[in-house]
Design a protein around this ligand. Structure first.
Ligand SMILES: CC(C)(COP(=O)(O)OP(=O)(O)OC[C@H]1O[C@@H](n2cnc3c(N)ncnc32)[C@H](O)[C@@H]1OP(=O)(O)O)[C@@H](O)C(=O)NCCC(=O)NCCS
Length: 174
């Protein structure tokens, strides 16, 4: 079980009673940055936290009052939700922080928890795909040591590309 703690934030698995709220927060986060069409199929996927909890590890970040601030979905390569990971890697998807809770390090704590989880299960790399215009996320990944792996980029359509990033973990050999 993955759990992480910062001075003021706890990261843990989402509880069954929280799934609707996690779905709402995820949609809200992507909408706030204009990253998703509210009527499209991806918004419906973002809202479906129940699926993420059953097909992957759905993590949430909560403050000391229990207020939900952010979420991330952690997928092993055999998860039906994995898009780009290969054996020995751990992937994360749908990182989202509520707009009111941004710029306080919540995203960073969530990604650091994924990196710790990778070390815990012996995965040598953490990988992800991100939208070309997700600049805040890309700065966060760069800050935490992720590098671009363009050979793993994914084209949904010729004009719609998702950028692959990867970070090696503490379990990686010399
Ligand atoms: C990307 C995202 C998760 C970042 O969440 P966040 O909690 O704001 O992330 P952080 O607080 O760790 O970092 C964001 C910025 O706040 C700054 N920051 C962190 N703690 C801070 C603090 N205590 N005071 C002031 N600034 C702070 C960071 O340095 C960073 O600055 P930068 O963007 O100029 O580099 C969030 O913007 C989001 O949900 N975006 C929409 C969905 C999305 O794009 N998801 C990515 C999918 S691949």
């Amino acid at each position: 079980m993955t759990a992480g703690v910062s001075e003021w934030l706890t990261v843990r698995l989402a509880r069954p009673g929280e799934l609707e709220e996690v779905g709402r927060l995820t949609v809200e986060a992507y909408l706030a940055d204009g990253m998703v069409n509210p009527a499209g199929s991806y918004a419906a996927a973002l809202a479906d936290a129940a699926r993420r909890a059953s097909d992957a590890e759905l993590l949430v970040a909560v403050d000391p009052d229990g207020t939900l601030l952010g979420t991330v979905t952690v997928c092993t390569p055999d998860s039906p939700l994995a898009e780009c990971s290969r054996p020995g890697e751990l992937e994360f998807r749908m990182l989202a922080v509520a707009p009111r809770a941004r710029r306080r390090g919540v995203g960073e704590v969530l990604v650091r928890t994924v990196l710790a989880r990778a070390t815990e299960i012996g995965a040598h790399r953490v990988v992800l795909l991100t939208g070309e215009k997700m600049y805040a996320a890309q700065r966060l990944y760069a800050r935490l040591g992720f590098i671009r792996v363009p050979e793993r980029d994914w084209h949904l359509r010729p004009e719609l590309r998702f950028l692959a990033f990867a970070a090696t973990t503490a379990t990686s050999g010399p």
